[in-house]
Design a protein around this ligand. Structure first.
Ligand code: SAM
Ligand code: SF4
Length: 326
């Protein structure tokens, strides 16, 4: 059985949030930091995650990204990673992290089977980094990225949320970074969520202008593989690294959607900007439920829409991306 939706899209990629908790307070995401409500459901345990990913792997998913909140706040993260990396059919285990204490954690992450790492760095100025995250940890995060390169992760990417009048003026510095280091710098268009409407209105800017700058400086777009997701990537012969863009407001963004998301409580979310979450947790309790779980996921896929409705100002139920993992 291979996961396919009504538009013929297949889903080799699962983004799995392992926690909603985060230790940073990024202005566009959790400006007041993670707040407990007292009504929290428990996070999926290692066995539930193992069953979930086994079901997906049996339906053609081969890449899993652990995300959050901040995935590294989970004490059993290495155990989770190890369990996922050893599931038949999973050949790429990735993580997205804010880089907290990454210089001391990178080796453990690698040893647990993670081979691709995305680290969020929204500014190359330590002061601005602090301004956006509320943490004075720029040097530590950059050392962490260097450590990942030294260890030999197959892919090291730097996620940059593009913000007008904040870091758009740092484009040249980020380009320089990709000249010196073998990293892919990914500019992500600021996305509007339930909690950041004013911030979005003030700081959203399209990535198009930056793409124009690259093209006029000898960069060329990398050929897209059949399974490539919605990101576009550019290369330059004189640069070690690459530059990429994730532009959800661009035309046809959803056509190449290749991913499904599951929250840290086991709810399937068919689209980042969708309206519904479907509780899979009751089907994660025993190894003998895997077939039923697979049938349920395949049926739910019938509800996946062809595209999001961001252009109609409908950004779905997601209040902040920390609750689903971005
Ligand atoms: N805490 C980890 C981190 O920051 O890398 C992982 C979770 S975070 C939600 C995943 C990615 O989503 C990060 O690169 C973050 O910058 C990005 N993100 C969060 N809120 C966003 C928003 N409103 N628009 C665009 N990207 C956002
Ligand atoms: Fe935390 Fe990541 Fe959200 Fe920043 S973007 S507040 S690090 S979850």
């Amino acid at each position: 059985m291979n996961l396919q939706d009504q538009d013929g899209r297949s889903f080799p990629y699962l983004r799995l949030s392992v926690t909603n908790v985060c230790n940073f307070s990024c202005t566009y995401c959790l400006p007041d930091g993670y707040q407990k409500t007292g009504l929290e459901k428990s996070e999926l345990c290692v066995d539930e995650i193992r069953r979930l990913v086994t079901a997906f792997a049996g339906m053609g998913t081969h890449k899993v990204r652990l995300t959050g909140g901040e995935p590294t706040v989970r004490k059993d993260l290495m155990e989770i990673a190890n369990a996922v990396a050893n599931i038949d059919g999973i050949n790429k285990l990735a993580i997205t992290t804010n880089g907290y204490k990454l210089n001391t954690k990178a080796q453990q992450l690698y040893n647990s089977g993670i081979r691709a790492i995305n680290v969020s760095v929204d500014s190359l100025s330590p002061e601005k980094f602090k301004q956006i995250t509320k943490h004075n940890r720029f040097d530590e995060v950059i050392k962490g990225i260097d450590k990942c390169l030294e260890i030999g992760f197959e892919s090291v990417k730097i996620n940059v949320v593009l913000m007008k009048d904040f870091n758009d003026i740092e484009f040249e510095q980020f380009m320089l970074l990709s000249k010196m280091k073998q990293v892919s710098v990914r500019f992500i268009e600021l996305m509007r969520t339930g909690d950041n409407i004013d911030f979005f209105d003030k700081h959203h800017i399209s990535t198009e202008i930056l793409i124009g700058k690259l093209l006029s400086n000898g960069w060329v777009q990398k050929l897209r593989s059949k399974e490539a997701g919605p990101a576009t990537e550019y290369v330059h012969p004189e640069y070690k690294g690459r530059i990429g863009f994730i532009a959800p407001y661009s035309k046809d963004f959803c056509k190449s959607c290749n991913r499904l998301r599951v929250t840290s409580h086991g709810e399937l979310q068919l689209c980042l900007f969708g309206d519904g979450r479907y509780d899979l947790r009751p089907l994660l309790q025993h190894d003998n439920q895997i077939q039923e779980l697979q049938n349920t996921i395949q049926n739910l896929l019938n509800y996946k829409k062809s595209h999001h409705f961001l252009h109609n100002n409908n950004f779905g139920i997601t209040n902040n991306l920390a609750s689903i993992g971005g």
